[in-house]
Design a protein around this ligand. Structure first.
Ligand code: ITT
Length: 196
């Protein structure tokens, strides 16, 4: 089977990615190939950061590499935490604390003003080729409490009105069908078929 390296250290992401690409490709995280490097995510956009992650690892390995840069944009907070989602309140701060802080900031805000979306940009880097990106989004609102045990990160506060559930209350398969990352990866799957 064709091998793809996924330039992520996030275990929640890799689970979702393997469920989507795993039947067609052998997907390895950077840890699984024995690399331990930190890439400075200094881009201003998801696209810049995704391309940077994929390209840096492609140059080191000389192999096909995918990367995801993603985040949660909360309209009431002017789009924050956005590209800083992983670093919001500090990279090592537990998500219970980050999520509690966001709930507190939006405490008395009515539903109409709680709109938010997850965005994922997937970048593909192949040696000697220009990088290619795909994008996926999912719209929702910030809930009034944390709910659900699945997923990772901000999933317990991301409420999807038409499902009446947070994304942490969805199974991996349910989330992948509708999520930002699922949508971006499905598009990337088509590109991969042509390129590899
Ligand atoms: P890598 O760079 O190693 O892939 P990371 O966690 O640092 O891992 P990002 O820089 O792309 O990745 O930050 C994405 C953050 O956005 C992630 O850490 C979560 O806080 C949040 N996020 C993205 N997708 C999410 C999802 O599906 N569910 C919950 N939170 C998500």
């Amino acid at each position: 089977m064709k091998e793809i390296i996924f330039a992520t250290k996030n275990k929640g992401k890799i689970k979702e990615i393997q469920a989507i690409l795993g039947n067609d490709y052998t997907v390895k995280s950077i840890e699984e190939i024995g690399l331990n490097i930190d890439i400075l995510e200094d881009g201003k956009t998801f696209e810049e950061n995704a391309i940077k992650k994929a390209t840096e690892i492609m140059k080191i390995t000389n192999k096909t590499v995918l990367a995801d840069d993603s985040g949660l944009q909360i309209d009431y907070l002017n789009g924050e935490p956005g590209v800083y989602s992983a670093r919001y309140m500090g990279e090592d701060t537990p998500y219970e604390i980050k999520n509690a802080k966001i709930l507190e900031l939006l405490k008395d805000i009515e539903e109409e003003k709680r709109t938010a979306r997850f965005v994922s940009v997937i970048a593909l880097a192949i040696p000697n080729k220009e990088p290619i990106t795909t994008i996926g989004t999912i719209e929702g609102i910030i809930g009034y409490e944390m709910k659900g045990e699945n997923g990772f990160g901000y999933d317990p506060i991301f409420y999807i009105p038409y499902l009446e559930k947070t994304s942490a209350q969805l199974s991996l398969e349910e989330k992948n069908k509708i999520s930002h990352r699922g949508k971006a990866l499905e598009q990337m799957k088509k590109i991969l078929k042509e390129m590899m």
